[in-house]
Design a protein around this ligand. Structure first.
Ligand code: WTA
Length: 677
């Protein structure tokens, strides 16, 4: 197996080094009502209680058959949780709440256009709609447990409905972020071998009604080029009863779900009891080799972990109105908009649009109107709302008891605005560090038990035991002031099971580096490597610095630098491409793209525009570089390797260091002049 090579320059290396901050203590009013106030939790979840401690989380769920073995480690690092148990995720998120909470709102759908009323779906409504769709998926599409279905849906109530209908039947859903292009969707369709694509005709974003169905046509065509057939495209209508896309339907392939579902009225489908370790969904994320990888999440372990962390870290009670402003197309939305909150019978808000549409007061108006008391978002959104409306939250009468930040490091100044102005000093904040691969939170304070510290995620959550290793695999001591690679010593139920169709890469990328003995069946020999740089303060709190591999975290979303580079290389004139992370005030990091052209071709605005276009078509607007720098030549080592370290230094206005060993040091000044202007 290939050794993992760290990128030439990583996010962690360009990370700002903030001062250690002081503590902020949770208000007494929060502690008085919190789900977790018992200090013994850290003992109950200590390493010597592992793995049995996680029974506490699994017992939050209803099982058809109780498990026989909490953790099976016979084939490391392919851990199996709650072995022998059977369970259904949809049953746990919907059916079991009906006897007591049929009339309670499960989902508040907030359309982006402010004049459109909020839709409140009760648990009964959710039950009816999920059943009817499940009947259609089974009877019309012929789908069965274990089949994969790709979803490419925007932020609408139909998205959780569709996910839960799949889960009801044991169908593995793979939701692709709606902002991704048709081509990116096709890659995920082909990899997951799904023959049904579920999409929506259109959706509202930033004041426009976007055509979304056109991307389904691109996806099907691109998949076909790879020899893969999309047999059916099921299309939800954003405005039921009307087709809102200018793109025509393809006869025999495309079906309007809203019409078809009329034939399934009143149909009920029994939830299928699934083995605890049956896959619930795939979530594609960027990795180090360019190709997005399908993180495979389990049913029982995953659901137990998101229910437990939603209850104890998010402090969700059934009576709460909970709003996570992430997109369900990312892991945060799966775990902390859909599965965690609904498993706990909360009311979960699904907001269609961008936070600052039509102005930076929108989130606070929504919170005020719905009585949201738990709010969850990313530093990028907080920075943008702060920039556009420093005093805006003060105009509204919203009251949060709890706020979350996730996805990237949050600057202490931004944290303090979130705390003081958005939270009115009444809310606790949890800074939650975790990844697509992890299913749920890894580091965070338990909000009623530990004080907050701006800029720090906090210690491992109960049952998670992090450790920082240096390059040689030595443990870096707490409080030493040194950074290293953060790893987790033990498995946990929310962890992904493997990379879909690529178990070798799963082992190589996450476990090989610090594995002590490849033949060992003892989980203690198999720490999980996250790929982030981190340091731990004296008090045990972790500060996450950013990615150490060739992944860039843009606005809290992971993008592989190789993905962007290969998209640029689609343009025939481009000879070489290199992407580096650059610090950005709002998005945290953005990619800067350097390209050199084939001999004899002159740089032009037109070529730059085509490169940008290629990136948007191949991946989506989220991958748009800050700038395309067409350079005369790439700085290279004598062996011909592009020195991304030098480019990253130039992009970030830093000293590129010793360049005397380059094959072409003279090019550095030329590039610096160009970028400096
Ligand atoms: C980064 C998102 C600092 C980190 C849930 C990680 C964070 C990557 C934090 C995963 C945080 C996430 N503080 N950095 N609180 N949370 N990250 O897979 O680099 O989209 O590896 O999962 O985001 O991004 P992903």
């Amino acid at each position: 197996m290939a050794e993992r090579k760290p990128a030439d320059i990583s996010e962690a290396e360009i990370a700002v080094h903030w001062q250690e901050e002081g503590y902020f203590h949770p208000p007494a009013s929060f502690i008085a009502q919190a789900n977790l106030t018992d200090e013994t939790v850290y003992d109950r979840f200590a390493l010597d209680k592992f793995p049995e401690c996680f029974k506490e989380y699994a017992d939050l769920l209803d099982w058809y058959k109780y498990w026989e073995k909490t953790l099976d480690t016979s084939n490391p690092p392919f851990w199996k949780w709650f072995v022998g148990g059977t369970i259904n995720a949809c049953y746990n998120c919907v059916d079991r709440h009906l006897p007591k909470n049929r009339n309670k709102t499960a989902i508040h759908f907030v359309p982006e256009p402010e004049h459109e009323p909020v839709h409140h779906l009760t648990y009964q409504d959710l039950f009816v709609r999920v059943n009817e769709l499940a009947a259609l998926l089974r009877d019309f599409c012929g789908l069965n447990a274990g089949d994969r279905v790709t979803l490419h849906m925007p932020m609408v109530a139909e998205l959780p409905i569709t996910m839960l209908a799949c889960a009801r039947l044991g169908i593995i859903h793979s939701q692709v972020f709606s902002g991704f292009s048709g081509k990116a969707t096709a890659d995920r369709i082909v990899d997951s071998e799904s023959h049904v694509l579920i999409t929506m005709d259109a959706y509202h974003r930033a004041g426009k009604l976007l055509d979304h169905k056109e991307k389904a046509d691109v996806a099907a065509a691109e998949a076909k080029k790879e020899g893969h057939a999309v047999d059916k495209v099921l299309v939800w209508q954003r405005h039921p009863g009307a087709y809102s896309s200018p793109t025509p339907l393809v006869a025999g392939r495309d079906f309007i779900l809203n019409d078809m579902l009329k034939d399934y009225r009143g149909k009920r489908v029994d939830p299928v009891p699934m083995p605890a370790e049956a896959p619930l969904f795939l979530m594609y994320t960027s990795g180090t080799t360019g190709k997005p990888k399908g993180c495979q999440h389990s049913t029982g372990g995953y659901l137990a972990y998101v229910a437990g962390t939603s209850k104890y870290i998010q402090d969700i009670h059934p009576e709460d109105v909970y709003w996570c402003m992430a997109d369900i197309g990312w892991i945060t939305g799966h775990s902390y908009i859909v599965y965690g909150p609904l498993a706990l019978c909360a009311s979960s808000v699904v907001y269609e649009g961008v936070p600052n549409h039509p102005d930076a007061g929108r989130p606070w108006r929504i919170a005020e109107e719905l009585g949201v008391n738990i709010f969850h978002t990313s530093p990028t959104a907080i920075r943008a709302l702060r920039r556009d409306g420093l005093e805006e939250p003060k105009k509204y009468n919203h009251h949060f008891k709890h706020m979350t930040t996730v996805g990237e490091p949050i600057e202490p100044e931004v944290w303090k605005w979130y705390y003081g102005v958005v939270g009115k000093r009444q809310a606790v904040i949890v800074d939650t560090w975790w990844q697509t691969e992890n299913g749920g939170f890894l580091c965070s304070t338990v909000p009623a038990l530990r004080p907050m510290k701006p800029g720090s995620a906090g210690p491992g959550v109960p049952g998670i035991h992090p450790v920082i290793f240096d390059e040689e695999g030595n443990e870096i001591k707490t409080g030493s002031g040194k950074a290293g690679n953060i790893c987790i010593r033990n498995p946990w139920p929310g962890a992904f099971q493997t990379i879909w169709r690529d178990p070798e890469r799963y082992v190589a990328q996450y476990y090989a580096r610090y594995c002590r003995d490849r033949t060992s069946k003892d989980w203690r020999d198999w720490p999980y490597m996250a790929g982030d740089g981190a340091m731990q303060a004296e008090d045990g709190y972790y500060r996450i610095l950013g990615r150490i591999d060739d992944v860039i975290n843009v606005a809290g979303h992971r993008l592989g630098t190789k993905e962007i580079e290969s998209a640029a290389l689609v343009v025939a004139e481009v000879a070489e491409a290199a992407v580096v992370p650059v610090a950005d005030e709002i998005k945290g990091r953005v990619p800067d793209l350097y390209v050199s052209l084939r001999p004899g071709i002159n740089p032009s605005k037109e070529i730059s525009a085509r490169i940008l276009e290629a990136i948007i078509t191949q991946i989506g607007p989220i991958a748009r570089p800050r700038k395309v720098w067409i350079v005369p030549d790439m700085p290279k080592t004598r062996s011909g390797k592009i020195m991304r370290r030098v480019l990253a230094a130039i992009s970030n206005n830093k000293d590129p260091g010793d360049i005397s060993t380059l094959a072409n040091p003279e090019v550095v000044d030329k590039i610096r002049d160009m970028v400096g202007q």
